[in-house]
Design a protein around this ligand. Structure first.
Ligand code: UT7
Length: 322
């Protein structure tokens, strides 16, 4: 049996880091409000020359180096983003060119904040069916470019960045129990109006700005995330007692606390980066994973739960033995 094993992780952030106090100079908000309601203290904002593709390529290079392989070994690139460089072609093909890979499969996945989980399930399926052997799975976003900087209810919440993993096919006999053990995805398109962008190529002919009814999204997030984690752990034949680390989508510290409590997980097992990255949509899970791998928390053999929920609504989880 073939398993998809994580060989390496990487991430990239824009050079400019913006504090809550700096934001409070532009909009009617305060460090106290943002920290108390969200846990966010800083976010990185892309500057001139920094795009979703450049951040994605930097994260991919770091993941390839950590995996100890060459870019030429990659035969599949799937990039999750809601902020592509262009309406088309796929940003994944731009990243492919930046990495100097002349022929591989490359495409984008659009599932907003759950995009990385969607990409993981797609790539895992392609690896296990024998279509791909060494794949880059990337989450990369420049949400700063679709924010309404006059709207204090949304503009303080998001940041830019990218995270990547290399997933490789390994015979389960040689994988030592490692690999993606289970994935589960959901979508419910009835909730489009709670979190969306008010523009698009086929409607307004513009890029549009992000709009969110935060309180309603919050309520759905806690219920959906706790339920999909329980469901995915059961698919893997595990319980919350088996979990070493949860690497959640980083939208709000209060959502992380509430979902961990619902599952009876100790807060120390939850990787938190929302304080330093804010919500980076599809990038947030692989960014947080890379932080926890590089600081030595997540180690080979650990059971790690990845989860996310976002616009659509879409939501999902993956259980990995790292
Ligand atoms: O990534 C996709 C998933 N996204 C999420 O999961 C986001 C989920 N939602 C949330 O994280 C929270 O709902 C928010 C952080 C967006 C908002 O927190 P909240 O506790 O639900 O606040 P609220 O929207 O109920 O607003 C409370 C008050 C309002 O004032 P009034 O009407 O009570 O007088 C807002 O106008 O806070 C006010 N407010 C602000 N005040 C200072 C809203 N934004 C700000 C701000 N600074 N930036």
């Amino acid at each position: 049996m073939i398993r998809s094993v994580i060989l390496g992780t990487g991430s990239a952030l824009p050079a400019s880091r913006v504090s809550n106090a700096q934001l409070a100079e532009r909009v009617d908000t305060s460090d106290d409000w943002i920290v108390e309601r969200t846990g966010i203290r800083f976010r990185h904002i892309a500057g001139d020359g920094e795009t979703t593709a450049t951040l994605a390529a930097d994260a991919a290079r770091a993941a390839i180096a950590a995996a100890g392989i060459d870019a030429g070994d990659i035969d599949l690139i799937v990039l999750a983003t809601a902020t592509p460089d262009q309406t088309f072609p796929a940003t994944a093909t731009k990243v492919q060119a930046m990495l100097g890979i002349n022929d591989c499969v490359a495409f984008d996945v659009a599932a907003v904040c759950s995009g990385f989980l969607y990409a993981v399930q797609v790539v895992d399926s392609m690896i296990r069916s024998g279509v791909a052997k060494r794949a880059l799975v990337i989450g990369a976003e420049t949400f700063s470019r679709i924010l309404d900087w006059e709207d204090r209810t949304t503009c303080v919440l998001f940041g830019d960045g990218a995270g990547a993993i290399v997933l490789a096919a390994q015979d389960s006999a040689d994988a030592d129990g490692r690999g993606i053990l289970a994935t589960r995805l959901h979508a419910d398109g009835r909730h489009n109006d709670l979190l969306y962008v008010d523009g698009g190529p086929s409607t307004t002919g513009t890029v549009g700005k992000l709009r969110m009814k935060g309180r309603e999204v919050f309520r759905h997030a806690v219920v959906n995330l706790a339920s999909v984690m329980t469901e995915t752990l059961a698919l893997a034949g595990l319980t919350s007692d088996d979990v070493d680390w949860v690497v959640p989508h980083q939208a709000n510290a209060r959502i992380l606390d509430a979902t961990a409590r619902k599952l009876g997980l100790a807060p120390e097992k939850v990787v938190v980066t929302v304080d330093i990255h804010a919500n980076t949509s599809a990038a947030s899970v692989p960014l947080a994973l890379d932080v926890a791998v590089r600081d030595g928390r997540v180690k080979q053999g650990d059971i790690v739960v990845l989860e996310a929920m976002g616009g659509g609504f879409t939501w999902g989880a993956a259980i990995v033995r790292f």
